[in-house]
Design a protein around this ligand. Structure first.
Ligand SMILES: *Cc1c(COP(=O)(O)O)cnc(C)c1O
Length: 387
């Protein structure tokens, strides 16, 4: 029986124990026991599929992964301690020394550091295209290119990349197409439908949605995940069963939460578009968004991140943050609580102005992760801080 999205998120459940519990228990155990030598042999040789040791698999992490696999329309997956360990382990498992990566320049800060500081240690270079240079992607592909990597919507400028277009290019050149789908969530967008081979999430963000635990997950085809699993099994970046238990519960309400996040975010974006102190608003489902048509084609909703440009540059951006009363000044996103950040003086403060502008971070750019408070209170707070 093929289940709908919300049902998969709720009914993909670990087999009940002898206690017939309704909600999945927490399996805090490092290892699992065998009946006899033969069972132990068959399990270690993988003739028999079962849990052995929680660095490999655990009932809680498997339940969490099964849900994400169903939600993304993937074949299988593996759960990691953080989003960054999912990203790094996936690259480390699939690349060899001397390989080459093509990536959009607008990627999460630590992902960019992986490309510029760590992969070059193994002689793996990355060539970049900007969000408005998708027509350059083919010209960046070399004989040793193995992966094309993107995020959409991008952080923090909320630009949109055409998944189907990049998926076709990857297919034509036989490259592995990897998408960080963290900002959208599988409820809003399923990159595998558009040709992605692997989808990665920081589960820390909207998947948890309540700012409690860190986590990451990579899902995709059996062959690729097998390589990633073997790498992870030997190098140890596994998600903790406790975090998996929390995250699996969180996924049960993902659809509901994301619906409301997006409804609030659209209202916030519409309010900002009308405000005199604001010179530009970026939200995928605003008609004024430069890639509105692409967003409508590949996204079910506009997500929960709104970026806007405040008149008056860095000072105006910092003043705005200082006047905020209810919303949180914090680095996380996708929480029930609305969070505002000023990227040019914080998360991206160490970049040169040129590098910042390359990824769309102007001095007055503010990023809002719209939460689940009553939207009138969110707008009131933004309004008084803009005055
Ligand atoms: C937060 C984030 C990550 C990293 O995730 P962690 O769980 O913090 O390691 C990766 N990609 C995107 C788009 C993110 O927002």
């Amino acid at each position: 029986m093929s289940k709908h999205f919300e049902t998969s998120a709720i009914r993909n459940q670990t087999e009940r124990s002898q206690f017939s519990e309704h909600s999945t228990p927490l399996y805090l155990t490092s290892s699992f026991v065998f009946d006899d030598a033969e069972e132990m042999r068959a399990s270690f040789s993988e003739e028999k599929q079962r849990n052995l040791y929680s660095r490999f698999t655990n009932p809680n992490t498997s339940e969490f992964v099964d849900k994400v696999v169903a939600m993304e329309g993937a074949e299988t997956g593996y759960a990691f301690a953080t989003g960054m360990s999912a990203i790094f382990s996936s690259f480390a498992a699939l690349l060899n020394a001397g390989d080459h990566v093509v990536s959009c320049r607008s990627v999460f800060g630590s992902t960019h550091s992986m490309f510029t500081k760590y992969l070059p240690k193994w002689n793996i270079e990355t060539s970049y295209f900007k969000v408005d240079e998708v027509d350059l992607v083919e010209s960046l592909i070399q004989e040793n290119t193995k992966i094309i990597y993107i995020e959409t919507p991008t952080n923090p400028a909320v630009d949109i990349l055409d998944l189907a277009l990049i998926g076709q290019i990857a297919k034509k050149h036989n490259l592995i197409f990897i998408v960080d789908n963290c900002f959208a969530t599988p409820y809003v967008q399923q990159p595998i439908k558009f040709g992605a081979d692997l989808v990665i999430h920081s589960a820390t963000k909207l998947m948890d949605g309540q700012g409690r635990v860190l986590g990451g997950v990579t899902v995709g085809s059996k062959d690729l995940i097998r390589e990633i699993y073997l790498f992870a099994r030997n190098t140890g970046p596994a998600m903790s069963p406790f975090n998996a238990w929390v995250l699996s519960k969180s996924l049960e309400t993902l659809a509901l939460r994301v619906e409301k996040h997006a409804e609030n975010a659209l209202k916030v974006a519409q309010f900002l578009e009308e405000n005199e102190q604001v010179s530009l608003v970026k939200y995928p489902f605003l008609k004024s968004h430069p890639q509105y048509e692409i967003a409508k084609k590949q996204m079910k909703l506009g997500g929960n991140i709104v970026a806007f440009e405040i008149k008056g540059g860095v000072e105006a951006g910092r003043n705005f943050l200082n006047k905020i009363k209810m919303c949180s000044l914090s680095a996380n996103l996708g929480d029930t609580r609305t969070i505002v950040t000023h990227p040019s003086s914080t998360t991206h403060g160490r970049l040169s102005e040129e590098d910042r502008l390359e990824v769309g971070i102007t001095d007055g750019l503010v990023r809002v992760s719209v939460g689940l408070e009553n939207v009138k209170d969110i707008i009131d707070d933004l309004k008084q801080a803009l005055q």
